[in-house]
Ligand binder design. Structure first.
Ligand SMILES: [Zn+2]
Length: 475
């Protein structure tokens, strides 16, 4: 059995959210995929360090942390980031962004390009210390293959959409069948490394029937139901008007059975206190993605969400962002938002980025902290020659990490007891080759996009208008 001792850790964070959870000169002992012991280094070494064949890592110039949990990302979409540079007018909101940027980019994907671009995205996810991530994309088979190759802990969330036809499914039935097949084939496989959720893309681009059938599917397999909500003003204004006679969009979702502990909402950027209270009461969870939300000029009311007792995790929502940047965004955005409740404590932000995400995903018994019995998912940050995280002390550790961690890459990344990155090198992935393939795909996307534009060809097929929740209302 694999045995790993990480010893002499200058700072070892075992339990995020508590100063008692930080050990100076700490050690972690791992067998197989699980943590056996954490504590002061001399004690752990005396008990376990004498064994032959043990893999020992000296961390006297490192901080050792639980792996970060990126609870919302779109890992295989890096090519889409080229599109804003080709547009005649800037994007005005999420509806416009899906129409002119994301759906043309997603619809261009194939099984092979989705696989290669997911591998590229995983380089960025892992390099920046997210040992668990949720990936809302099309092509779940490609995500599965890439995730296993990278040995990344992945929650596959196959996007289902009824308002447009994208390249991996034709209609509502096919999307639902696609997701069900992904659950049957991949959920909880790979020693529990891979999970699958049910993911109607958003309230505005799925019919009510799809939303309800999606929840039925999630209930049948006891997985999460996840969707985007209240991301930008163009969306929220329409939803507010459409559901004013139902008490607003959140009341409407509750009335059709879509809220509860099974549900995870992404963003909630424009939700008010009343909406947040309903979500908290229902046991619904929410992923806060401040870095991308800022593109559309808003920021979710996180301090109130936390006060209301809403279960919150953090997400990047963009493949080239990273969780340290998200932590910085949380630190800064909530300090300057003109609201009654402001500021989020840096230690709490780190807790949201680890245990918070784990709780939201229902994985708090296995990840999110470094405790005996949990999975060995951890990262190290190199403190030698580090001019950002300097000077460090236990008292300033979390504030320095929140403010200056954004420039850091994880030195070592351990997932399920396996080093997927060691001494700043990937152990399974050929980084140069993956980046070269991603560059080729982006070049091809550029050529294909401009050829189609030049020929006036549609970039995707529209099936019905957005916001068509009730067929009797909108047809
Ligand atoms: Zn998203």
């Amino acid at each position: 059995m694999n045995k790993i001792l990480i010893r002499n850790c200058r700072y070892l964070v075992t339990l995020p959210g508590s100063m008692d959870g930080m050990i100076e000169n700490g050690a972690v002992y791992i067998e197989g995929s699980g943590i056996v012991a954490v504590g002061k280094s001399p004690e752990i070494e005396a008990q376990y360090g004498h064994q032959t064949g043990i893999d020992t890592l000296d961390a006297h110039e490192k901080a050792v942390l639980p792996g970060l949990v990126d609870a919302h990302n779109h890992v295989g979409e890096v090519h889409s980031l080229l599109v804003p540079g080709w547009l005649e007018a800037p994007l005005t909101g999420i509806i416009d962004a899906t129409d002119r940027m994301y759906w043309p980019a997603y619809n261009w994907l194939t099984e092979q390009s989705a696989y290669d671009l997911t591998l590229f995205g995983l380089l960025n996810v892992l390099k920046h210390g997210a040992t668990t991530h949720a990936d809302a994309m099309i092509f779940p088979d490609a995500i599965y293959r890439a995730s296993l190759e990278a040995r990344a802990r992945t929650i596959i969330q196959p996007q289902m959409i009824t308002s447009v036809q994208l390249s991996d499914a034709r209609d509502e039935q096919e999307y639902l069948a696609h997701t069900e097949a992904a659950i049957r084939n991949y959920h909880a496989v790979g020693n529990g490394l891979i999970h699958v959720d049910v993911h109607p893309s958003a309230i505005y681009n799925c019919t009510e029937g799809m939303l309800i059938k999606g929840m039925e599917l999630a209930s049948k397999y006891e997985v999460h139901f996840v969707t985007h909500i209240a991301e930008s003003p163009d969306e929220m204004d329409r939803l507010g008007a459409l559901f004013s006679d139902r008490g607003g969009i959140i009341q409407y979702l509750r009335s059709i059975g879509l809220l509860g502990p099974r549900t995870i909402l992404f963003h909630g950027t424009l939700l008010n206190e009343g909406d947040i209270d309903i979500l908290a009461e229902s046991g619904t969870s929410l992923v806060h993605c401040p870095s991308t939300n800022a593109w559309f000029g808003y920021c979710a009311y996180l301090p109130y969400m936390l006060q209301a007792g809403l279960r919150v995790g953090l997400g990047t929502d963009c493949v080239t962002h990273n969780m340290f940047n998200v932590i910085l965004s949380v630190l800064q955005h909530h300090n300057i938002m003109p609201r009654g409740l402001r500021r989020v404590d840096p230690m709490l932000i780190f807790e949201l980025a680890t245990l918070g995400g784990a709780r939201l995903l229902g994985m708090q018994d296995s990840i999110g902290s470094l405790e005996p019995g949990k999975k060995a998912d951890l990262i190290t940050l190199d403190l030698k020659d580090n001019t950002s995280l300097f000077p460090l002390s236990p008292q300033v550790f979390y504030s320095m990490l929140a403010l200056n961690g954004a420039g850091c890459e994880a030195n070592d990344v351990l997932i399920d007891g396996v080093f997927v990155r060691r001494n700043s090198e990937f152990t399974f992935l050929d980084e140069s080759a993956i980046i070269a393939r991603a560059r080729q795909w982006c070049d091809k996307f550029s050529i294909d996009y401009h050829r189609m534009k030049g020929a006036n060809q549609p970039m995707f097929h529209r099936v019905h208008q957005e916001f068509q929740h009730h067929k009797e209302r909108f047809i």
